[in-house]
Design a protein around this ligand. Structure first.
Ligand SMILES: CC(C)=CC(=O)SCCNC(=O)CCNC(=O)[C@H](O)C(C)(C)COP(=O)(O)OP(=O)(O)OC[C@H]1O[C@@H](n2cnc3c(N)ncnc32)[C@H](O)[C@@H]1OP(=O)(O)O
Length: 258
């Protein structure tokens, strides 16, 4: 069993739950936390018993950004040569779906971490923002790119250039989050959503995630072609036979994840 210092890691049936746990620093993302989150998420991603992940924080903060005190004395040659913050990109390469359950502050790297996930659920207390400009820097884990793709240039530009936070309702209207839930229900709702995903055919869920994500990386024609190829490939799985037989026989499917 791996020992972690800055996160809590639990299995809830077929769901892998990662809880950021630096409460005194509002879950500021230091190097240790980055290393631990990435390692735990990759372990779950490799685990055939896990079908979906949930990443969450505390009531007050999902994460208040990269750890400012840790990075304030950084110098260009070191951060450049070490590709500092690069390991976060590995979360974007996870094959299994990931649900972000966000309450309180999701700022800077915290907002970027949420956007690295696939389904974003927000508590009514959630506050999103990219305030790096106030520190004399810009986002470094994809914030200027993913926020712009999620909510469009007009709003992303305003938020990034002013550092203004946006609440859960504005974030939902803008298309950043899929749903708002009362703060007290956030984890229950996130786990229920993740369980629903984990109960689907694992190959179909991985194909679905890959196909939706492709929409951000390619032209419409290429994306449609990519989707068609994966759709064809789904007919090579036992789960396609089971899913369609279950429909015809008016029963629930029992997927074998192959
Ligand atoms: C990824 C990249 C490239 C960049 C970034 O993410 S830069 C960081 C972006 N985030 C921020 O700028 C937010 C910084 N935090 C705040 O503005 C405030 O903490 C707050 C508005 C989120 C909450 O304010 P509140 O008054 O409720 O709480 P504080 O007393 O300010 O914070 C409690 C405790 O946590 C420490 N803290 C908070 N955020 C960070 C952070 N990002 N890095 C390091 N430490 C952080 C804060 O210093 C305080 O600790 P102490 O009591 O020990 O001072």
């Amino acid at each position: 069993m791996t020992e972690y210092e800055t996160i809590l890691v639990e299995r809830r049936g077929r769901v892998g739950l990662i809880t950021l746990n630096r409460p005194k620093a509002l879950n500021a993302l230091n190097t240790r936390l980055m290393t631990e989150v990435v390692a735990a998420a990759k372990d779950f991603d490799r685990d055939p018993e896990i079908g979906c992940l949930v990443i969450t924080g505390s009531e007050k903060a999902f994460a208040a950004g990269a750890d400012i005190k840790e990075m304030q004395d950084n110098r260009f040659p070191e951060v450049y040569l070490d590709d500092w913050l690069g390991p976060w990109d590995e979360l974007g390469r996870l094959r299994k779906p990931v649900v972000a359950a966000v309450a309180g502050y999701a700022l800077g790297g915290g907002c970027e971490l949420a956007m690295l996930c696939d389904i974003l659920l927000a508590a009514d207390t959630a506050q999103f923002g990219q305030p790096e400009i106030k520190l004399g820097v810009i986002p470094g884990i994809g914030g200027s790119q993913r926020l712009t793709r999620a909510i469009g240039k007009a709003k992303a530009m305003e938020l990034c250039l002013t550092g203004r936070m946006m609440g859960a309702e504005e974030a939902e209207r803008a298309g950043l989050v899929s749903r708002i839930v009362p703060a007290a229900d956030l984890l229950t709702e996130a786990l229920a959503t993740a369980e629903k995903v984990a109960a689907m055919s694992a190959p179909a869920a991985v194909m679905m995630k890959e196909s939706v994500n492709r929409a951000f990386e390619t032209t419409l024609a290429e994306g449609v072609r990519f989707e068609r190829r994966l759709f064809h490939a789904a007919f090579a799985t036992a789960d396609q036979k089971e899913g369609m037989a279950a429909f015809a026989e008016k029963r629930k499917p029992s997927f074998q994840n192959r």
